[in-house]
Ligand binder design. Structure first.
Ligand code: ATP
Ligand code: MG
Length: 653
């Protein structure tokens, strides 16, 4: 396998700069040299303003004050829906692929507009006003997306909480953001199972102190009368008027707040504002994914995460494309569900997470090969580092060696993709795995955690350190709701004058950035610094391994040593001892002798957040025998995994 792969054709789609620049490199240079002009011109041509802004950027990374287009006014819902009506009211805005695919449906821009207007009128009738926070506990689909856009239409601030969360996690987030209203649902269906959300809604509504009202969308009839104590959202929407004027918003008025995944600690409620966020969503989806209005864009994230906000709802709709809401499970009814969906709707871009890709890879290629995926042009990955084996599988098997694979690095805080192989084809190539470039207007700085200073980079040089950014961009978060101090301490104080991501990265000889993992996950073995992702990548390349988490534990002589937790593929004749020694040899050969794990545990599951990320801090605590100090596990998808791992580790001692 060659180290580099050419990317498929990509034309620069910047009408604003036609005749001025003719290559990605030239435009990138312009975006970095004349940053305010770049964003200003894009903001004018891509967004519809009720009052165009005169100022572009008034941000200061030293003080953590972020402001874009601050004297401009617009409405985000208008930009995502209303403005497309004159040209394509009858085109599907949203395809809702439901768990039971026979219930799936397409919703045109005209229908979506009408539904949002009704929804917004219901919110108003229930006392919601501009600036009020509204909690949304709805799955991805028509109601969830419309709830977000209805809030945007009337200037309410939404806080979407993933429907996998418990009553405690839900009520905590409701109170933390001082939400006045909760929009919820009685049942949902995932992987063929009916999930009863009623008790969670009842408990959360009872527990939450800030709530004034709960509106419930009913998927079933109200036979047991449980709905009687709540407001029936479905009925009210039906009866509401389908006309609802937009509320003009200041560019810097909050659009939503959203909690991080909680991989590293207590989730942070990040606040995103209106114009800057929308512009960044519009631009990244268009240029990273080569999105055309005629495309069917399938981001399979839930709206409970930032990926669902930017790449299911706001980004694709701001471009007037068709967005696909995937409201099911990748293994239901079998491991071909994603690919069946792609074939059914002629999906052009598919955007998912490494955790799902790794799971599907383990189950064999026939689930992919039995579907016609020829409509696909770009396949994206987000959430965690994508290992080379999964990248190659996406490229060769899913993409039939014809699609661009874009590993996109970003965070809840960043609003949209910052590092990605696209946009570019101008002779440039995509490296398998985690190699990434900067999006327009984005300038990386790799910093030394010891001195707190930037490490200078030049072509031909490879440097490693803390991943920071030295220029503000419109899509960045403005604060942590109710805790600006934590915001400054987390992102702005560690490296003055820069935004600090919390992740570590390598910048290679060609300027490509590779994420090494969280800074907290860097291991120092005998003075050698290694990202956990690097060791995991090697272990995952073994044919019998599907997924691995590596952590560092204290070691008397080496300072730290690596410990691995691997999930093996389902094979009957597997000799674990042989695999273990092969794995150690693999790391020694591919990385370094010192990097070989001190211990390798074969486990059946890893502690993951509900967004599919590995919580390594839990593995660190278990390995250190500090079982009582495991801490907050409310964001864990399956807490029973923890007990199984404890048994494995304790049993092996
Ligand atoms: P918390 O901040 O509460 O610990 P979190 O960081 O997991 O949770 P998110 O904002 O959902 O919450 O995730 C962003 C993080 O996900 C990034 O900081 C990075 O560590 C990881 N990540 C996202 N995309 C990629 C990618 N393409 N490659 C490597 N890591 C990624
Ligand atoms: Mg984070």
């Amino acid at each position: 396998m060659s180290d580099r792969r050419p990317s498929a054709g990509f034309s620069t789609k910047f009408e604003e700069f036609q005749g001025e620049v003719d290559s990605h490199e030239a435009l990138y240079k312009y975006s970095i040299g004349q940053t305010d002009e770049f964003w200003g011109r894009c903001a004018m041509s891509r967004l519809s303003w009720t009052q165009p802004p005169k100022t572009v950027n008034a941000s200061d990374l030293n003080s953590g004050e972020i402001k874009w287009f601050q004297d401009g006014k617009l409405n985000v819902c208008y930009n995502c829906v209303d403005r497309h009506l004159p040209s394509h009211a009858d085109k599907p805005a949203l395809i809702w692929e439901r768990d039971d695919s026979s219930k799936s449906r397409k919703v045109t821009y005209r229908e979506l507009h009408e539904y949002i207007c009704k929804f917004a009128n219901v919110l108003k009738a229930n006392g919601v006003q501009k600036g009020d926070r509204v909690a949304i506990y709805l799955p991805v689909g028509l109601q969830g997306a419309a709830a977000m856009l209805a809030c945007a239409r009337i200037g309410a601030v939404h806080s979407v909480i993933f429907t996998g969360f418990s009553a405690e996690a839900l009520s905590h987030r409701i109170d933390d953001a001082d939400c006045k209203l909760l929009l919820a649902q009685d049942y949902t269906s995932r992987g063929g199972k009916t999930i009863n959300l009623k008790q969670i809604v009842i408990d959360a509504a009872n527990k939450s102190k800030s709530l004034k009202k709960t509106l419930v969308y009913s998927e079933a009839d109200n036979q047991d009368g449980w709905l009687d104590s709540f407001t029936d959202l479905s009925k009210q929407i039906e009866d509401a008027s389908s006309e609802c004027p937009i509320v003009e918003m200041n560019a810097e008025d909050p659009l939503f707040l959203l909690y991080t995944s909680g991989s590293t600690g207590k989730p942070k409620g990040l606040v995103h504002t209106s114009a800057g966020y929308l512009l960044y969503a519009q631009m990244t989806v268009k240029h990273v994914f080569d999105l055309e209005p005629s495309d069917v864009f399938a981001c399979v994230a839930d709206i409970g995460w930032i990926t669902g906000h930017t790449y299911v709802v706001y980004g694709p709709l701001a471009n007037g494309a068709t967005t696909l809401c995937f409201d099911s499970h990748p293994l239901f009814p079998n491991a071909g569900r994603y690919w069946e969906t792609v074939a059914k709707y002629h999906v052009t871009q598919f955007y998912g997470a490494p955790t799902a890709y790794r799971m599907l890879l383990r189950l064999g290629n026939e689930f992919v090969k039995s579907h016609d995926l020829s409509s696909l042009r770009v396949i994206g990955s987000v959430g965690e580092p994508i290992n080379v084996a999964a990248w190659t599988w996406l490229h060769e098997i899913v993409g039939n060696s014809k699609c661009d694979i874009v590993d996109t690095w970003w965070q809840t805080e960043t609003g949209g993709n910052l590092l990605t192989p696209r946009p570019s084809n101008q002779g440039a190539e995509i490296k398998p795995g985690m190699a990434m470039r900067q999006f327009y207007g984005i300038e990386v700085a790799i910093c030394d955690p010891g001195t707190g200073k930037e490490i200078a980079w030049e072509a031909g040089q490879k440097i490693e350190g803390a991943l920071c950014f030295k220029k503000p961009w419109p899509g960045m978060a403005r604060t942590i709701y109710g805790n600006h101090k934590r915001f400054l301490e987390t992102y702005y104080n560690p490296y003055p004058g820069m935004y600090f991501s919390g992740d570590g990265a390598v910048r290679d000889e060609d300027g490509y950035v590779t994420i090494t993992g969280r800074m907290d996950d860097v291991i120092n073995i005998s003075g050698h610094r290694l990202g956990t992702a690097e060791i995991e990548d090697v272990l995952n390349s073994h044919l019998s391994v599907s997924e691995t988490a590596v952590i560092g534990i204290p070691h008397e002589i080496k300072g730290e040593s690596a410990v691995a937790f691997s999930i093996l593929k389902e094979k009957a004749d597997l000799n674990q001892e042989n695999v273990r020694s092969e794995l150690i040899q693999l790391v020694r050969g591919r990385l370094a002798k010192f990097a070989a794990p001190e211990k390798i545990y074969f486990v059946t599951g890893l502690p993951k957040t509900r967004s599919g990320k590995i919580m390594r801090r839990i593995l660190r605590k278990i390995s250190a025998g500090q079982i009582d100090e495991i801490g907050d596990v409310t964001t864990l998808a399956d807490p029973s995994v923890v007990q199984l791992i404890i048994q494995k580790v304790v049993g092996a001692k």
